[in-house]
Design a protein around this ligand. Structure first.
Ligand code: FES
Ligand SMILES: [Fe+2]
Length: 454
């Protein structure tokens, strides 16, 4: 007999997305709304807690902090990668801080209770002084947190009822598996401290409507179409596409990896047909092939990009709802993670991920010291975005400003994302939320507003 899940009654959501193309400004600073997210959203979603390369050896651990919750992710000998809440079962002290390697487990620095790497309690000094009900087997083990692996990362979820990780990452996971995303490794990892709400920060990176005004250097005809009446010239086409790749590489801090740009530069003299469509197709295929060959020849785990190009993997945006992003281009990718630090404070991390020859010894990446949003070290493209969003956060407080007015065609993803959040805030059951996750997890830029089913 099929088990019928009782439907949770939907809770009223304050400041809800009543019209899909209007976002109430208070969603980005109201303390009660932030608190509701802390109760209804963050404890119910899969979150990328660490990259596996941060904990390459048995007994390596990494701390993941979200709001007031700290989770320790550990690589163990026999259980693989596992996670638990970071609070000693005696009087609550965090058993580990930051990243490191535990010897044969964790010893609480306060009174010396001990735990194995899997969180099992192994010692209580002066045990006989505790009453029986405070020594129940199992009750003294560190509280486990669900932890699953995908894409070279450990993900955690506090919700025992949430669907498995993989289900929540589709269609993101299947597309990126074909591209062998799990083989990428960190080239660098930066963090930015942004004086803005986490959703405001996120939404600055999910539409292309802002590109002509904010990043005019990226408006290059090969990617944004010819002006009407302009004659197609194959040699100019190649030159301008290489200019685009270079702008994305330098400006975006490696969003197109420098290796791939060099490979494209080596193709600058190839002959292309006169027909623009045929020329574009041949250029893409030739570049994909050259990138594939170069990485395969140096011994990296590299997929055939021409198998994938039909799926249009370049410059696709993948979101692991709510706060992880992957932006693949050719061999490599940028990745983002956004975490709230307060109603108007966000930690944004950026990774440059690329492929290395298999077996090459590399140092595990360590978490970066966050830079300010106006630090001169930011490359031009994120610097342009970071200069807008604190101004936006301040502007939202204007008394005469009530709500954002979204373009239904160009900023649909902002609406889809905000309305999926409302689904969580309303306490909808996971089976109703899952189709919405699949709408927001993968999208082309300029995705329209879609029906999420609630
Ligand atoms: S709080 Fe950990 S041993 Fe006392
Ligand atoms: Fe941008």
């Amino acid at each position: 007999m099929a088990i019928v899940q009782p439907k949770r009654p939907a809770l009223p959501v304050p400041l809800a997305m009543d019209l899909p193309d209007r976002v109430a400004k208070q969603r980005y600073y109201d303390a009660d709304f932030y608190q509701l997210e802390a109760e209804q959203l963050w404890p119910r979603v899969w979150q990328m807690a660490c990259r596996l390369e941060e904990i390459p050896q048995p007994n390596d651990f990494a701390e993941y902090q979200i709001l007031d919750q700290s989770v320790i992710v550990v690589r163990t000998d026999d259980l693989g990668v596992t996670a638990f809440q970071n609070a000693c079962r005696h009087r609550g002290v965090k058993v580990a801080i930051g990243h490191g390697t535990c010897e044969s487990g964790f010893t609480c620095p306060f009174h010396g209770w001990c735990y194995g790497p899997d969180g099992t309690n192994t010692a209580v000094p002066r045990r006989r002084t505790f009453s029986e009900h405070n020594l129940q087997p199992g009750d003294l083990d560190l509280t486990p947190v669900r932890c699953e692996i995908w894409g070279g990362c450990a993900w955690i979820n506090f919700d025992l009822d949430a669907p498995p990780l993989r289900d929540c990452l589709e269609p993101f996971a299947t597309s990126l598996d074909a591209w062998r995303f799990e083989s990428l490794q960190t080239e660098w990892w930066y963090a930015c401290h942004l004086p803005v709400n986490w959703k405001l920060a996120t939404e600055a990176f999910v539409e292309a409507y802002h590109v002509p005004q904010t990043h005019p250097q990226l408006i290059i005809p090969t990617r944004y179409g010819l002006r009407t009446g302009e004659e197609f010239d194959a040699a100019d086409f190649i030159k301008s596409d290489i200019r685009y790749l270079r702008a994305m590489s330098n400006g975006m801090a490696g969003m197109v990896h420098a290796n791939d740009v060099r490979i494209a530069e080596g193709l600058r003299d190839i002959e292309l047909p006169d027909d623009p469509e045929a020329a574009r197709a041949m250029w893409n295929e030739t570049l994909n092939q050259a990138v594939t060959d170069w990485h395969q020849e140096r011994g990296a785990d590299m997929p055939d990009l021409n198998d994938l190009s039909t799926q249009g993997l370049n410059l696709e945006f993948f979101q692991g709802f709510p706060n992880s992003f992957v932006l693949p281009m050719y061999s490599s990718a940028s990745a983002y993670r956004f975490r709230p630090l307060g109603p108007e404070e966000t930690l944004m991390e950026i990774w440059s991920l690329t492929r290395y020859p298999e077996g090459e010894e590399r140092e595990p990446p360590t978490p970066p010291e966050p830079w300010r949003h106006d630090d001169p070290r930011w490359p031009p493209i994120p610097a342009q975005d970071f200069s807008n969003i604190p101004r936006q956060q301040q502007g939202l407080h204007a008394r005469g400003f009530e709500f954002m007015r979204l373009s239904g065609a160009l900023e649909g993803h902002v609406s889809n994302f905000e309305r999926t959040i409302d689904g969580f805030l309303a306490g909808l059951p996971h089976e109703q939320l899952l189709p919405a996750l699949r709408e927001v997890n993968v999208y082309p830029f300029d995705k329209p507003i879609v029906d999420l089913g609630f």
